[in-house]
Design a protein around this ligand. Sequence first.
Ligand code: ATP
Length: 238
Amino acid sequence: MTVRGGVDTATRPGGIGVLGGTFNPIHRGHIHAALAVIEALGLERVVLVPAAVPPLKQSGDAIMAPAEARLAWAELAAAEHAQLSVDPLELDRVGPSYTLETIKILAERWGQPPVFLIGHDAFIDLPSWRAPETLLTLCHVAVMTRPPVRDGSIAAWLPAPLDLPFAFSEDGQVARHRTAGTWIRRLAINALDISATEVRRRLAAGEPVGALLPDPVADAVVASGLYAPVSPSQENTP
Ligand code: ATP
């Protein structure tokens, strides 16, 4: 056991990870991050969970590919790695895809708290999620650093009052829930500087995306034409 600042900072290997996302589309950054966390924490596997109706990503100008297409691309990406799989459970529910509901279902199914993988960019938005204080009692959280990498710690990124039930390691990189026993830890993975936003931008500009997407995903995304450049004739259509 590793005890720092009164907090047990060790993790038991063998948990199951969950990487939820819009996956609009799934890219090499997601896959690389999932594999890096499996390696770092000794996870058994990671399940990719595409969001059907992402509660926080419904506005803006971004093209949102249909959920069925985003699911199919995630399946193509996962098929290349034995430790990755896809669960379509959020597509079977009506209404917004709240992570809380997904984690409740998976925790019950697996009989253990899932390890929820999240980029630090998304983790700092946690207060705007549904019932984050409950979510943090149902799963462990691996907070993955992602370019542009920020200095910082879980202690700094977890605002009050969400931090109240947690004890922190001295360096602030690990937090443990005093009653639920769940943990949150910052994982400095060697993340790839890839975002779905950049993938969509390149596709809309007619630029190649092979370096950003797993090969079968690149083929399927390009063939779908979903993020393709708008031709001048389409632009003039009333
Ligand atoms: P967008 O650019 O459209 O906002 P995205 O690339 O951030 O999309 P999401 O599907 O929103 O992709 O991300 C799902 C999860 O994966 C989030 O927790 C996000 O922080 C994380 N993630 C996305 N890209 C990376 C990456 N390159 N490295 C590590 N984590 C990532």
